[in-house]
Write a protein that binds this ligand. Structure first.
Ligand SMILES: [Zn+2]
Length: 99
């Protein structure tokens, strides 16, 4: 159920809850409460899903921040200005030995 967005589950839950209440008002049958509680479960499930799954925008921001951090960690070669991995011991472009 990973492909279903939280808001969709939330709306379905809300619809089931409201609809079961309307039906219950007209015909008060005890088994209609099952639908009512099912709707409540769907609402909570939808909310939890919305909170837990970060939106695409948040993911992009996260990726950007990670990239920024990696750039900070990068070692710039003093001889040829090449960007090297922060853990590199030698420059991959010119072979300069980092301290
Ligand atoms: Zn270099």
């Amino acid at each position: 159920m990973a492909g279903i967005p939280g808001i969709f589950i939330f709306v379905i839950g809300l619809a089931i809850t409201i609809y079961s209440r309307i039906v219950y008002m007209q015909t008060p049958e005890p088994w209609l409460n099952i639908f009512f509680y099912l709707g409540i479960i769907f609402i909570f499930w939808g909310i939890v899903k919305m909170i837990l799954s970060p939106s695409k925008r948040q993911k992009d921001v996260q990726t950007f921040q990670e990239e920024k951090q990696n750039t900070k960690k990068a070692t710039i070669c003093p001889r040829c200005n090449a960007r090297n991995f922060h853990y590199a011991r030698f420059c991959m472009m010119c072979g300069y030995r980092f301290q």
